[in-house]
Design a protein around this ligand. Structure first.
Ligand code: ADP
Length: 383
């Protein structure tokens, strides 16, 4: 593409200008030239060059001024200007050229090879810049689109779950009432049918409640992070699970935990989910051990681990269990399959990642990262 680039060669010195145009034309560029500043400004508009070679000394307008005027027009921002300065004066002119918006300068006498190589390098740079700008624009628009569809989805999930709750509550309540009033008049198989309906209504209520919670978990842009002591987070999480920890006789041990940059409520939820899963999916014949630890993975990041010695998870499901409502278990184990999806949403909204490692029959370790608090005392994550 650079071989087809258009170059405007501006120099009032005819011999030098001719020689330069020849070299560039021979190198495969589309070259046109002129000897005056005013002419150059007019030709930029008509010929839309990709690059301008601009001599500093022009009889009408100084080359530095031409460059300044040219760059003042927003449409010309991406035109590369290479200023040609006289070697004796180059330090002053070079600085002035760059300060006036030139992208580079070369000094006279200009070596033909240096000229071609400089032009090629500058055009390469410009084309990379353009590609980058185009990619950024695309990314921006994709981000906006994603945000819009996320908002729509969130709104939909909120309305759907909210509006579904009411009729479902009515169904549940009346079916239970009917079950009560007809209890002694039912045949056993009819009684069983009613039990199925009541249970299905309960399950659906749980699903809808979870969908509502999931739809309300903050996106990254909504999270208001602050320094959070994970030691306290674990205490709150364990308090909420005291009963099931007691019943399952689980041994939950947490090592020293850091202060991280995150949001307390979400993190309590993550630990509660992971520990309650460890309890739900324990091996009944073994006493459950849950270990929670943290290590500084880099100046910017902490790695947290929640390890259990439960039933483990087949590698084939390591990704899919983070998808909403994906379960590997039937109704014999309570749950809706939203827990890990929520964990992922919370952790990602706080700038981290979550994944796992597991051996079937031996146990699972869930890993997640969280931003470290800035060590320079400023309130924010370490960068
Ligand atoms: P739920 O527990 O409600 O099914 P989750 O999203 O929390 O939903 O988990 C998804 C699935 O991942 C579970 O159904 C279970 O099969 C599996 N799982 C999660 N945590 C563990 C664990 N610690 N050990 C073994 N399996 C697990």
């Amino acid at each position: 593409m650079s071989e087809l680039a258009r170059i405007l060669n501006v120099d009032d010195h005819e011999v030098a200008r001719y020689a330069r145009s020849r070299v560039l034309a021979k190198a495969g560029f589309d070259v046109f030239d002129c000897g005056l500043g005013e002419e150059a400004l007019a030709m930029v508009a008509t010929h839309t060059p990709d690059l301008i070679l601009l001599d500093v000394h022009l009889p009408d307008i100084n080359g530095l001024e031409v460059c300044r005027r040219l760059k003042a027009v927003p449409e010309n921002a991406s035109v590369v200007v290479v200023q040609i300065t006289a070697s004796a004066l180059s330090p002053t002119h070079a600085t002035a050229a760059l300060n006036n918006g030139a992208d580079a300068y070369i000094t006279e006498p200009v070596d033909p090879d240096v000229l071609v190589a400089t032009v090629r390098a500058m055009l390469r740079l410009r084309s990379t810049e353009r590609e980058l700008a185009a990619a950024n624009k695309k990314l921006d628009s994709l981000n906006r689109e994603l945000q819009r569809s996320n908002d729509d989805l969130k709104q939909f999930a909120f309305i759907a779950s909210h509006d579904l709750q009411e009729p479902l509550r009515t169904i549940g309540t009346f079916v239970e009432l009917m079950q009560e009033s007809f209890r002694n008049r039912f045949q056993p198989d009819e009684e069983q049918c009613f039990t199925y309906v009541v249970e299905a209504a309960k399950r659906m209520r749980n699903l809808i409640d979870d969908l509502l919670v999931y739809s309300q978990v903050n996106r990254e842009s909504d999270v208001k992070p602050a320094p959070v002591d994970l030691g306290n987070v674990i205490k709150w999480a364990l308090d909420g699970l005291a009963e099931s920890i007691f019943e399952s006789n689980a041994n939950v041990v947490a090592g020293p935990l850091p202060v991280v940059w995150g949001e307390k409520g979400g993190l309590v939820h993550v630990f509660q989910n992971l520990i309650s899963n460890a309890i739900k999916y324990r091996r009944r014949e073994h006493s459950l051990q849950v270990r929670i630890s943290a290590e500084r993975r880099s100046p910017e990041e902490w790695l947290i681990q929640v390890q259990d010695n439960g039933i483990g998870i087949n590698r084939a499901y390591w990704d899919t269990i983070f998808v909403p409502f994906k379960r590997l278990h039937g109704r014999d184990v309570p749950g809706t399959g939203i827990g890990l999806a929520l964990c992922r949403r919370i952790i990602e909204a706080q700038g981290g990642r979550i994944w796992l490692d597991s051996t079937v029959g031996e146990g699972s370790t869930f890993f997640f990262t969280l931003p470290a608090v800035a060590s320079n005392g400023s309130l924010g994550p370490e960068r």
